[in-house]
Write a protein that binds this ligand. Structure first.
Ligand SMILES: Nc1nc2c(c(=O)[nH]1)N=C([C@H](O)[C@H](O)COP(=O)(O)OP(=O)(O)OP(=O)(O)O)CN2
Ligand code: ZN
Length: 140
């Protein structure tokens, strides 16, 4: 199997719903997302001959997704009262609403699925919440 790996980071705020500990409070991370694709065969002809895909295409796809979340407050849908959301928006804060608890595990699966939806042959995504702690999602 041949593989490519690229990575991107984003800064955002979040809190964990129904979590008992310090992470129930609003706090921030510089999340580091490392994405891997894998194929059995390289491209056979043309501009991308003997490549998995162009590094530039892979890098841009991941960056577009991390840019969507960068410098935002990532909120699990249903975790804040509508009035709270309205006040935050009225203050001009950027909210990123996601339909899951914002764990590193779920974010890894989120990036895996969003990149797969773009037609990339994903094999794994790692999401680091801190330099030492990383969640891995892989399939196939
Ligand atoms: N398996 C998981 N465990 C935890 C997650 C997670 O996504 N998956 N997330 C959190 C919190 O978001 C928290 O921010 C992380 O806390 P912690 O590991 O304590 O990180 P710190 O930056 O505070 O690390 P220090 O070692 O204290 O500097 C919790 N667990
Ligand atoms: Zn956290």
């Amino acid at each position: 199997m041949y593989g490519l790996r690229t990575e991107s980071t984003f800064d955002a705020a979040h809190f964990l719903t129904d979590y008992h500990g310090k992470c129930e409070n609003l706090h921030g991370h510089r999340w580091r997302v490392v994405a891997y694709i894998g194929v059995d065969e390289l491209q056979k002809a043309g501009n991308y001959k003997d490549m998995v895909i162009d590094f530039g295409e892979f890098k841009s796809a991941l960056r577009e997704l991390t840019e969507e979340l960068d410098h935002s407050f990532i909120v699990e849908e249903g975790s804040l009262a509508p009035q709270t959301l309205a006040c935050l928006e009225a203050e001009g804060f950027t909210l990123s609403m996601l339909p899951f608890r914002t764990t590193a595990e779920n974010l890894a699966r989120y990036f895996f699925d969003r990149l797969s939806d773009r037609g990339l042959p994903m094999s794994q995504v790692d999401v680091y919440e801190t330099p030492n702690n990383c969640a891995v999602y892989r399939r196939g």
